[in-house]
Design a protein around this ligand. Structure first.
Ligand code: GLN
Length: 322
């Protein structure tokens, strides 16, 4: 109801104000040079729930590139195109305990398939599976799926794309390794260009909240009951977000926050609070999606204030799935 929403809004406003101080503890990503232009003080959040519930607070009008959050979308798109077993035959579902762009872990497993679709090696492999022979064709699958989720066709930020392209040595090293081991299913250059473009798709915290809302409801948009993602794929995606979504801080996030989430180095986080069997005191919050933006990152590449804000909200509203 209106009253509930206003009451929740006041709380969220207070929490955003409180956690803004933590943005000072982190640093914006600079290994992709243009990302260093972000304002480290920004912090914004959007929460979308059932029955049209929407709470937005802080710096919510900013568009940012989704970076690694795109790995969730490309994974879902590949599963929808090729089938889950095809994708999981080629990419594993195990956390690495290493940085998202780690090269060290590539050789650490037998058979040496990439550990999971949310580290760069796995994500690049997944992108190579998407149909099409050009980056434009491959990206189309991702854009079409995103449009169904967020309600409009997103754009690719060309400046960020260029910046990432020009500083892509590490992702190229990963790409060449995947060629050598036979995991890449498309031309390396086409795959990398698509990957850099998907990372450069722009979104707002409200878009992330919409994505989270659909995942929270097992792939269905609760506001019109339309299936956007098949249920099985939505569930696997959430399991992967919980175990691998926050890079090598995923264990801590699962322990202290307890909900599936995926971050990106530009400072976005999409979090998913699924409905639970145990009834909550706050039924209108159940089954919601949360989008956060805070470009100041901790040393693993996750938004520092964003994580603290999510931890606080999850504990106040008892969102943990455990
Ligand atoms: N585009 C970034 C990269 O490949 C995405 C990384 C991230 O958000 N963790 O390095």
């Amino acid at each position: 109801t209106q009253l509930d929403e206003k009451w929740l809004q006041n709380y969220v406003d207070d929490w955003v104000t409180f956690y803004r101080k933590d943005t000072k503890e982190g640093e914006v990503a600079s290994y992709i040079p243009i990302l260093a232009n972000a304002n480290p003080c920004h912090l914004g959040i959007a929460i979308h729930g059932k029955n049209g519930l929407k709470i937005c607070s802080g710096d919510v009008d900013i568009s940012f590139t989704i970076q690694s959050i795109s790995k969730v979308i490309s994974f879902i798109a590949a599963c929808m195109e090729k089938g889950v077993s095809y994708v999981l035959d080629r990419v594993d579902v195990e956390p690495t305990g290493q940085a998202f762009n780690s090269i060290m872990h590539l050789e650490m497993k037998s058979p040496n398939k990439p550990f999971n679709p949310f580290v760069n090696a796995g994500a690049i492999t997944v992108t190579s599976m998407l149909k099409g022979d050009t980056p434009k064709e491959k990206l189309e699958t991702i854009l079409v799926l995103l449009e169904r989720m967020i309600g409009y066709r997103p754009i690719v930020n060309q400046e960020v794309y260029q910046s990432e392209y020009e500083t892509s040595a590490r992702n190229r090293a990963i790409g060449y390794y995947l060629v050598e081991t036979g995991f890449l299913e498309s031309d390396l250059e086409v795959t990398l260009e698509t990957y850099f473009q998907q990372c450069s798709i722009e979104a707002t915290v409200e878009d992330l909240a919409r994505i989270g809302l659909i995942l929270a409801n097992d792939g269905e948009d609760p506001n019109n009951e339309e299936e956007v993602i098949p249920r099985q794929i939505a569930r696997i995606t959430k399991a992967l977000m919980l175990t691998c979504g926050m890079y090598d801080a995923s264990g801590k996030f699962a322990t202290y926050v307890g909900i599936p989430a995926k971050s990106g180095v530009s400072g976005g986080i999409v979090a998913v609070a699924p409905p639970r069997v145990r009834s909550s005191e706050l039924p209108f919050i159940e089954g919601c999606g949360i989008g956060v933006y805070g470009p100041a990152l901790e040393n693993r590449g996750n938004s520092i204030a964003g994580m603290k804000l999510l931890k606080h909200i999850a504990s106040q509203w008892d969102l943990s799935i455990f």
